[in-house]
Design a protein around this ligand. Structure first.
Ligand SMILES: CC(C)(COP(=O)(O)OP(=O)(O)OC[C@H]1O[C@@H](n2cnc3c(N)ncnc32)[C@H](O)[C@@H]1OP(=O)(O)O)[C@@H](O)C(=O)NCCC(=O)NCCS
Length: 180
């Protein structure tokens, strides 16, 4: 049997593979326009079917491309609060980090805790040395998460298309220490 999508634990969080039964919660969190607004690949309005279809791809993209999509859940109570991913976009060789949280979970350091844990896992377990990320310039919370997770801003990224508009974007890179 091949490897399976990992589960990663931190002080407060359990980053675990999504299950089909998570789709309703994912849809409820992504129906919020404030969450969706800065996410390039999340349609709005959002439907539960999108979540079902997305979750159904995870095993295949992990097996075929090593892409990791994880539910961010609280160790205490198991509530699903968001998602974090390490993808390899088409035509790219570097991994790219992405994440979102339901709005009521913002501002408690959860995204930073999840991002640091996934970056550490990629470095230590997968041997990944370089990870890219990008965010809209108008998304200072995400830029702060990246900065606190060891990424440095390296200039502009291609504009992010969202709802028929192009948004200026910043590019970030994480490079693991040589002895890491
Ligand atoms: C971006 C997002 C994941 C951040 O999640 P979070 O758990 O609230 O993030 P954290 O608490 O770990 O860190 C947020 C940091 O941004 C800072 N911040 C928040 N709003 C800010 C603003 N308007 N200007 C500057 N900094 C801001 C916070 O102060 C915090 O930094 P600090 O700990 O140094 O004070 C969350 O806002 C979200 O899901 N947004 C919608 C989806 C999204 O944009 N995803 C990223 C796409 S690139």
């Amino acid at each position: 049997m091949g490897a399976s999508i990992p589960t990663i634990e931190t002080t407060r969080l359990r980053l675990r593979p999504f299950r089909a039964g998570d789709a309703a919660t994912v849809a409820a969190l992504l129906e919020d326009p404030e969450v969706s607004r800065t996410l390039s690949s999340v349609p709005y309005p959002y439907r539960q079917q999108y979540a079902e279809d997305w979750i159904a791809t995870h095993e295949d993209v992990f097996t075929a491309r090593g892409e990791i999509d994880l539910a961010i859940t609280m160790r205490d109570g198991a509530e699903l609060v968001g998602a974090i991913s390490l993808l390899v976009p088409d035509g790219e060789s570097l991994h790219e980090l992405g994440y979102w949280l339901g709005r009521r979970h913002w501002g408690r350091g959860i995204a930073t805790e999840a991002a640091c844990a996934l970056v550490d896992f990629a470095r230590q377990t997968l041997g990944v040395r370089t990870i890219r990320a990008r965010c809209m310039i108008a998304n200072p919370a995400s830029a702060a998460v990246l900065g606190k997770s060891g990424f440095r801003r390296v200039g502009r990224a291609a504009p992010i298309e969202k709802d028929g508009r192009r948004h200026d974007a910043a590019a970030f890179v994480y490079e693991s220490p040589r002895d890491g």
